[in-house]
Design a protein around this ligand. Structure first.
Ligand code: NOJ
Ligand code: CA
Length: 664
């Protein structure tokens, strides 16, 4: 090209920039693009393509305020582009270091009412995200959010209905046009070479979003207040991010850290007290109905029982012991029309808190406290300072919170826990806990949105149909398939307190309900389902029934350097490899559904140089979750990165776990 042509090109480009704002933005690798426009009605629109293929056709954006309809009547004033590339260190997590690399496009829009709204897009190599920003103006009421998604091709959607209590349901696939209103997140699948995961990031002071399908588009439904309004906004205000991870491989969804990247950096200065740990607890017995939460003949949290659990934890390398049923209030649990009045500073008389505090301390074990509220968030919020000060005084750094009630009583009255009011309550708990150096395991939460980057004391949450359903669910327990769906759906929203590790499959109270798994499957879950507070849920005496298999639980860490998905299909099976943080040791976990399967491990996919010794816990030849769940084969094998690939069989409802230790 001649020099004059180059100069002409540059001049044209500058002229173009001066009069036409740049309205598209691509990922750093150029594969993913978002293009924005304002249509003839003044509606903000966007579209998304990947590798030149349309994913989302022009779709509408906007907000509806009570006074002003901010979904049309805009003109585009200008745009601003930005880029960002950093690597940040996690306090704990699936990966030690995370790359946050994106290109940003900010649209400055003026509404005919005079309101200037901004829409911000970030495009990463693994997906895109968008949020709205309102300028300072009078406090305002949000009625509806108009973010919509017109897909070029209809995907299959894995989802749970939005009315699901506590998000505790089995995820189901359906063509997008057949879904009803569903909770966020959702997982999308087009054949076997395109996948997406949609959710929201950084939910601070806004209702949790849901999705529904109408007029050929996926649309947003915000969980309302009891008034029917969506949100009460104090400006300036930025909404949570609406995000979509996109990948040609399923591993691209599992390994994406976009959700964390879209959250603010850590706000807690000293994080040294936030400790990932495995724990056991006085818990499974209550779900099996062999113990009670309340004081009585079979009370679980007695001094004697707790001491036994503390000893077991100390002898077997567990960091903590959860004590459910330690406090007064449980005597009213389950009485019709009564909300139990829990005290968070009054132990039952058969739980000697002072003695147990000292004993646990001597034995190097943390007592994990329990704050069940039965949905009385308002009462809890009033007690937060005293409750956490009491914990701090007794050297306790972790609490499991609970909100068992379909709607909760917040300081604003009866509300959905996922409403803006509920979201505010949970955030208040996290922030207050941080000031008392307390970490949270939030049961019956709002769906996680990556806040743990900002507040790493929010360590784990429920919001999942966890193991407890296998104790009492009238449908007989979760099908084997359940744990092969979770890693591609709920788990992508953040750590979950699923509570793996059942070692005794007899159910004395509901013999037809049980864990649909083999023992090797239960071991595999410790690697497959990530939680930095990871509970081994069974009773100490059951672990002693299988001491050799228990050895894996004793050793497996819950804080990782790197995590890689080796193999899997949604609803069929998954194989995960994770490197223990600050070591060269790896742990591999796998689970399958009702079908027996085999998978092949290629060592070079993750091992570095050197020699490794492995211990493999796999289903024995005759194992089957229904007829022979305990049959486990334990073998050792020396490997290096060029060793022959290893093919492993999984039984129906089975799985495996492998410990890979660096030798030199
Ligand atoms: C439901 C929680 O998920 C469970 O773990 C807990 O034991 C009970 N609520 C009582 O708080
Ligand atoms: Ca299946």
């Amino acid at each position: 090209m001649k020099k004059s042509q180059i100069i002409l090109g540059i001049v044209c480009c500058m002229l173009f920039c001066a009069c036409e704002p740049q309205t598209s933005v691509s990922s750093p690798d150029g594969k993913l693009s978002v293009a924005c426009s304002v249509d003839s009605m003044g509606r903000p629109m966007y579209q998304v393509s990947m590798n030149g293929q349309d994913i989302i056709c022009p779709s509408q954006l906007g907000l509806q305020l009570a006074q002003t309809d901010l979904s049309e009547g805009f003109t585009l004033l200008r745009t601003q582009r930005d880029q960002h590339n950093e690597t940040w260190e996690t306090t704990w997590g699936e990966d030690h270091y995370i790359v946050n690399h994106y290109n940003q496009l900010l649209l400055f829009l003026r509404h005919r009412s005079g309101i200037e709204m901004q829409v911000c897009f970030r495009v990463f190599n693994d997906g895109w995200a968008m949020r709205y920003m309102l300028p300072e103006m009078a406090d305002t009421v949000l009625i509806n959010e108009c973010t919509s998604y017109q897909f070029a091709n209809e995907p299959t959607v894995w989802s749970i209905p939005w009315r699901t209590e506590y998000y505790e349901a089995l995820w189901q696939p359906a063509p997008m046009s057949e879904i009803d209103t569903v909770c966020s997140p959702i997982t999308l699948q087009w054949g076997d070479n395109l996948y997406a995961w949609m959710h929201e990031a950084a939910l601070y002071d806004y209702p949790a979003q849901n999705y529904y399908y109408a007029d050929g588009q996926l649309r947003t439904y915000l969980t309302p207040w009891s008034t029917g309004d969506a949100a009460y906004l104090t400006t300036p205000f930025a909404t949570p991010w609406r995000m979509m991870v996109l990948s040609n491989e399923l591993s691209g969804l599992v390994e994406s850290r976009m959700l964390l990247n879209l959250n603010e950096p850590c706000k807690i200065e000293d994080t040294s007290w936030i400790k990932p740990m495995k724990f056991i607890g006085i818990w499974w017995g209550m779900h099996l109905e062999t113990m009670t939460w309340h004081q009585g003949p079979i009370h679980g949290a007695t001094t004697e029982n707790m001491k036994r659990y503390i000893d077991f934890a100390a002898d077997n390398g567990f960091g903590g012991v959860l004590a459910e049923g330690w406090n007064t209030g449980w005597e009213d649990w389950g009485k019709p029309d009564v909300v139990a009045q829990f005290s968070f500073t009054t132990p039952y008389s058969d739980y000697d808190l002072e003695y147990l505090t000292n004993y646990a301390h001597q034995r190097g074990v943390q007592i994990i406290f329990h704050h069940e509220t039965q949905g009385n968030a308002a009462s809890y919020q009033h007690q937060l300072d005293t409750a956490f000060a009491y914990m701090q005084q007794h050297g306790m750094h972790a609490v499991k919170t609970g909100y068992v009630a379909p709607t909760i009583q917040t300081i604003d009255g009866i509300q959905y826990n996922r409403s803006q009011s509920g979201v505010r309550h949970y955030r208040k708990v996290i922030e207050t806990a941080a000031t008392y150096q307390v970490s949270i395991d939030n049961h019956e939460p709002v769906m996680p949105t990556g806040l743990q980057r900002t507040y790493p004391n929010l360590m784990t949450q429920e919001g999942i149909r966890g193991q407890e359903w296998n104790a009492w669910s009238q449908d007989g327990g979760s099908p084997c398939e359940h744990v092969t769906v979770l890693p591609f759906t709920r788990m992508l929203a953040g750590p979950a307190d699923y509570t793996p590790g059942v070692f005794n499959f007899d159910n004395p109270v509901y013999p037809n309900t049980r864990v649909h798994a083999t023992l090797a499957n239960q071991l595999g879950l410790f690697v497959v389902l990530y939680s930095p507070l990871q509970m081994a849920c069974d009773l100490p005496e059951n672990y002693m029934l299988h001491p050799e298999e228990f050895e894996f639980i004793r050793c497996v860490p819950c804080d990782w350097e790197r995590s890689i998905m080796l193999d899997g299909q949604i609803g069929d099976y998954i194989v995960m490899a994770r490197q223990a943080r600050n070591t060269d040791n790896w742990y591999i976990g796998a689970v399958t559904d009702e079908q027996a399967r085999s998978t092949t491990i290629t060592w070079a996919d993750f091992l570095g140089k050197g020699d490794y010794q492995t211990i493999i816990y796999q289903d024995a030849a005759q194992a089957d979750w229904q007829t022979n769940p305990y049959a486990t084969a334990i073998d050792t094998l020396s490997v290096h990165r060029h060793s022959d690939p290893l093919t492993i069989n999984m039984a129906p409802g089975g799985g495996f776990a492998i410990r890979v230790e660096k030798q030199n």
